[in-house]
Design a protein around this ligand. Structure first.
Ligand code: FAD
Ligand code: NAI
Length: 479
């Protein structure tokens, strides 16, 4: 029987892959997407959506929302005159709600595939050769042919030697989103995005949370002013115990059924300390996933750090083979992966595609949320760029006061010479939504004066962005 043939075969059905497949199909290309059975549904059927929908962005945000409501009901309602007593969290219901959201969204993508006529090929995709200008890709024993292949095989959690992840007691992101009860004592290795988000979830639900971070600085990639404010709120107000500059020396588990315990020995300065906890989350970054892809069968170039090497249009070293998302260099973010997926589909269809990595926003969904786009003040200093800053606290914003949540600020940094916005940093309620305005501004090379001239609805948190732009020129009206 002849092999199935497609214009485009996408390997991997995460945000990079499924979006690339939908866009390619929209552009009239016959398209298939291969997705392995990594995330099967309860019936054993393959699930699309990759890390993001199954064990990443979506489930973590669902748990953050539930735990935040619990926190508010327990501690914040009272200031509005609403009394609550005996507020309880049923962890099983919270996890079920999260699973339902995941189920809804992942099956939604199958619906989008049908609507756009993308063929789903369940199974493991592997390059096996190249014949007559067509790539041969094996899917669980069946070979399909493609003019173009888009590799979107994503990433997996980085593990540490001597710390065996079983996803029951010692967990990476997969197990950490599936706890069946609130651990009394939770240890976390890595004070990065996952450590802070999932540490916050379980802290709000009553765990004693200790986060062990190797680096001496907290949130080194954020603007220092934001990192300083976040440190104050997380450690002093919320009681997250974050230890910086640690070196883990030994991790031992003593399994006693549900009472299993983990003991972590670590060095901090000249001291050796031991942390006992009931569960441990290891969140020390992610590694690109190219295992079993058959890169060696076709000579696909992988760089020394394990990423597929690509140019600015996500072209690999092989003709008509492209790679997008976490498996290529750049921020490991779902929205960056999706943008690359669209760009590649459009390039294949003969259009011009572009992803501006300088305007990719970062968001940490803690409370307060942290969001930024562009350069930090410390980066600009290091680069010797002259700049001006406008910074407005939410304490000066009427909507924030009405909401009873005035933590944080908006900080806008503009070029001293041209006034072009170089970076915007927000820490506060809804920072994830507020940052969109800054992203638009940066994509359009806007100046702080451009934002200053735009009418912002009153009373909204977005007025803090407006005021920050005015503050760049030392003419804030409400601060
Ligand atoms: P993935 O989502 O990893 O998808 C790759 C897919 O390819 C997988 O489904 C895998 O099964 C499949 N695959 C791999 N190899 C093969 C093969 N050979 N054959 C067939 N299929 C294969 N990002 C954000 O932007 N915002 C967030 O809030 C956010 N939260 C996160 C929270 C957590 C806990 C984690 C772990 C990550 C989070 N991320 C977030 C990051 C985000 O999930 C990733 O950046 C994104 O999923 C990358 O998309 P991708 O398509 O490149 O890869
Ligand atoms: P991360 O890179 O954000 O943080 C890892 C942290 O672990 C770093 O601070 C690092 O210094 C520390 N670390 C590394 N080795 C260590 C060791 N041996 N001991 C102690 N600390 C150590 O990685 P994380 O949190 O695992 O998340 C992975 C990626 O997933 C993120 O970088 C991001 O791309 C994505 N993500 C995005 C989210 C979002 O957009 N809101 C949410 C969660 C994840």
């Amino acid at each position: 029987m002849a092999n199935k043939q497609f214009d485009v075969v996408v390997i991997g059905g995460g945000p990079g892959g499924y979006v690339a497949a939908i866009r390619a199909a929209q552009l009239g290309l016959s398209t298939a997407c291969i997705e392995s059975e990594s995330y099967a549904d309860p019936k054993g059927e393959v699930r699309l959506g990759g890390t993001c929908l199954n064990v990443g962005c979506i489930p973590s945000k669902a748990l953050l929302q539930s735990s935040e409501l619990f926190e508010q009901a327990s501690h914040s309602f009272v200031m509005h005159g609403i009394s609550t007593s005996g507020v309880k969290m049923d962890v099983a219901t919270m996890i079920k709600r999260k699973d339902n959201i995941v189920g809804q969204l992942t099956s939604g993508i199958k619906g989008l595939f049908k609507k756009n006529k993308v063929t789903l090929l369940p199974g493991h995709g592997k390059f096996v050769g190249h014949e007559d200008d067509r790539w041969l890709v094996d899917v669980n024993g069946e070979v399909v042919e493609a003019t173009h292949v888009i590799v979107a095989t994503g990433s997996t959690a980085r593990h540490l030697p001597g710390i065996p992840v079983d996803n029951k007691v010692i967990c990476d992101n997969v197990g950490a989103l599936q706890f069946d009860s609130t651990p009394k004592r939770l240890g976390v290795i890595g004070a990065g995005v996952i450590g802070l988000e999932l540490g916050s979830v379980w802290k709000r639900l009553g765990s004693e949370v200790t986060i062990l971070e190797a680096l001496p600085d907290f949130l080194g990639s954020a603007d220092q002013a934001v990192a300083k404010e976040a440190w104050k709120v997380f450690t002093q107000k919320q009681g997250l115990n974050i230890q910086l500059g640690v070196k883990i020396t030994k991790v031992e588990t003593g399994k006693k059924g549900r009472d299993a315990q983990v003991s972590i020995e670590y060095e901090i300065g000249d001291e050796t300390r031991v942390l006992q906890c009931d569960r441990l989350i290891v969140s020390v970054g992610r590694v690109p996933h190219t295992e079993g892809l058959g890169a060696e069968n076709v000579g696909l170039e992988i760089n020394p750090r394990g990423y597929i090497a690509v140019d600015h249009n996500c072209r690999t070293n092989l003709p008509n083979v492209w790679a997008v998302g976490d498996v290529v260099p750049g921020p490991m973010l779902a929205h960056k992966s999706m943008e690359e997926g669209v760009m590649v589909a459009e390039c294949i269809a003969g259009q011009k595609g572009h992803v501006n990595l300088d305007a990719v926003p970062w968001v940490i969904y803690t409370h307060p949320e942290i969001a930024w786009v562009g350069k930090t003040e410390q980066q600009l200093k290091n680069e010797g760029v002259e700049y001006r800053i406008g910074q407005i606290p939410f304490a000066a914003n009427g909507r924030a006061l009405g909401q009873g949540d005035t933590t944080g600020f908006v900080k806008m940094i503009a070029c001293a010479e041209t006034d072009r916005i170089l970076g915007v940093h927000v820490i506060g309620n809804n920072a994830s939504e507020l940052i969109a305005e800054a992203v638009v501004a940066m994509e359009f090379n806007a100046s702080s004066e451009d934002i200053a001239r735009i009418c912002h609805a009153h009373p909204t948190l977005s007025e803090a962005m407006h005021e920050a732009s005015l503050a760049v020129d030392k003419r804030a009206l409400h601060f």
